[in-house]
Design a protein around this ligand. Structure first.
Ligand code: NAP
Length: 259
């Protein structure tokens, strides 16, 4: 049996780690003994999550940073290095998904989504390049989506473009990071239950679950497991790749195709 090597002591930075999937990723690394830094714009939410992770026995700290701002990205990496002695794993997870039709979308709304989801991913990786190179086993794991790269959803054209753009980015970035032994891969979640989704109500969840072959929405832990895998020593020969985690949602040709 292959045992995965420990994350103990590894320095991990999770952007958008204060809520949802990012919080789940941070909790999984913390439970494995990593030193975790989470970021987000809302200080209160970030500090409360960091305290929650620490209360569960993890090493976790919050740093306020907006990934759409390159100076914030530089500062979050510097603070991580200062506190943890380096940076081994960067999880580019921060993202927003406001819905608006193409007909009504303003340049400002387009810029917000591309600025955070796509440019924010690039800025975070740029800021972390040197530190990840020094790690000797640097890892980047990006949270993309099925929406954009594989599927479409009316109202989320800008979001889909940002998520597909992240995948275009990782393939070329993989080539530039490879000489330093740094890998970059992406997880592509389907419908994951987060604080935001539970607000949409049980009916929404049930309708969504019916269109998923495994008949349930995903959990943040489902995504975190895949992120931990990409960050592991054993995944060191995988780079520029993507993994869909969607309970089979993108597989059936139609509802008729499912049993
Ligand atoms: P969420 O619960 O709304 O959490 C988003 C996190 O990102 C929060 O911590 C938020 O903190 C942070 N964030 C947003 N804008 C930021 C910015 N400019 N700078 C730094 N942090 C920022 O969302 P989620 O559902 O967990 O989504 C996380 C990622 O998964 C996103 O990239 C999303 O596209 C992707 N995803 C989600 C699903 C799903 O079903 N939930 C499916 C596919 C993909 P602040 O607001 O305090 O900044």
């Amino acid at each position: 049996m292959i045992m995965f090597s420990s994350m103990k002591g590894r320095s991990v930075l999770v952007t958008g780690g204060s809520k949802g999937i990012g919080k789940g990723i941070a909790a999984a690394f913390a439970a494995e003994g990593a030193q975790v830094v989470i970021t987000g714009r809302d200080r209160q939410a970030g500090e409360s999550t960091a305290s929650e992770l620490a209360a569960a026995g993890g090493k976790a700290r919050y740093i306020q940073a907006d990934v759409a701002n390159p100076a914030d990205c530089a500062q979050m990496v510097a603070a991580t290095i200062e506190g943890n002695g380096g940076l081994d794993v960067l999880c580019c997870n921060a993202g927003v998904f406001p819905s608006v039709s193409l007909a009504e979308m303003t340049p400002g709304q387009l810029e917000e989504v591309l600025g955070i989801n796509l440019k924010g991913t690039v800025f975070a990786v740029q800021a972390a390049l040197d530190a990840l190179s020094r790690s000797g086993r640097g890892r980047v794991v990006v949270t993309s989506s099925i929406t954009g790269p594989v599927t479409g959803y009316a109202g989320w054209a800008h979001y889909g473009a940002s998520k597909a753009g992240q995948l275009g980015f990782i393939r070329s970035a993989a080539l530039e990071l490879a000489p330093a032994g740094v890998t970059i891969n992406a997880v592509m979640p389907g419908n994951i239950i987060t604080e935001g989704l539970t607000d949409l109500g049980e009916d929404y969840e049930q309708t969504m679950a019916a269109s998923i072959p495994l008949k349930r929405l995903g959990s943040v832990a489902d995504i975190a497991s895949a992120v931990l895998f990409f960050a592991s020593e054993q995944a060191g020969y995988i780079t520029g790749q993507t993994l869909i985690i969607d309970g089979g949602q993108t597989i059936p040709e139609s509802l008729e195709a499912m049993v």
